[in-house]
Design a protein around this ligand. Structure first.
Ligand code: PGA
Length: 257
């Protein structure tokens, strides 16, 4: 299949790994990292491991954070700004993950502020959207992602033609459950998301924005997802903690080309 967008694979480590565990991961991952990979790879560890990850990456792959606050600095105990992330040479930041929406009360308005602050600082936001089980069963998937995209991207102007923004479709019911969406169904939802983008920011920019699938991606199912024309890559949680599994996932594109 001829791809118009370069595949992108992001490891979302969530709240996992100590320094020692991360060192072991990077040793193994670097030794297996494919040399002629035609894909972008990002590791998003917890804040405590960002500096170590940037050093370990040797610029073969990029590093991302899992969240950001929208103010550049100030009296915001516990928060980290886009400016601080840029200073550490982070390139990406995950924003609006459903775990943040569910457990920390993050709203579309907050997501929007974080997206705007990241773009302004030159970080690439990976904005996550997706419906809950109840919403899916009620046939509301399209409506939910439409609202999340429109509100999350309010006031966004893209100055680099769309390459500076990534979207991830992560059905909440598929995250960490071992029950991935079907490749066909997620392809349809992602096609809907691109239509929303077309109307919001114009077709030219929309065509350059990568939209990833996330939710129980494993070495055994990644190829079926990457075989779908609308799916540009994956946001991987559990399976990204194991260097061999994550290498198998990022290598899935080589097998298709
Ligand atoms: P999972 O998580 O791969 O463990 O389902 C995906 C995510 O939450 O980004």
């Amino acid at each position: 299949m001829r791809r118009i967008r370069k595949p992108l694979f992001i490891a979302n480590w969530k709240m996992h790994k100590t320094v020692g565990e991360a060192e072991l991961f990077f040793q193994a991952f670097n030794s297996k990292f494919p040399r002629d990979l035609d894909a972008d790879v990002v590791i998003a560890p917890p804040f405590t491991l960002l500096q170590l990850a940037v050093q370990a990456s040797r610029e073969q792959y990029a590093i991302g954070a899992q969240d950001v606050f929208w103010k550049p600095e100030g009296a915001f105990t516990g928060e980290i700004s886009a400016r601080m992330l840029k200073d550490l040479h982070c390139a990406y930041v995950i924003i609006g993950h459903s775990e943040r929406r569910q457990h920390f009360g993050e709203t579309n308005e907050w997501v929007n502020r974080k997206v705007l602050a990241s773009l302004k600082s030159g970080l690439i936001p990976v904005m996550c959207v997706g419906e809950t089980l109840e919403q899916m069963q009620g046939g509301k998937t399209g409506e939910v992602v439409d609202k999340q995209i429109k509100e999350g991207l309010k006031g966004v102007t893209l100055t680099q033609g769309g390459t500076e923004l990534v979207l991830a479709y992560e059905p909440v019911w598929a995250i960490g459950t071992g029950k991935a969406d079907t490749p066909e169904q997620s392809n349809r939802t992602i096609a809907l998301m691109r239509e929303v983008l077309n109307r919001l920011i114009g077709e030219a920019a929309s065509q350059r924005i990568r939209i990833l699938y996330g939710g129980s991606v494993k070495p055994g199912n990644i190829r079926a997802f990457m075989d779908q024309p609308e799916i540009d890559g994956a946001l991987v949680g559990g399976a990204s903690l194991d260097p061999e599994d994550f290498v198998a996932i990022i290598e899935s594109t080589s097998a298709l080309s």
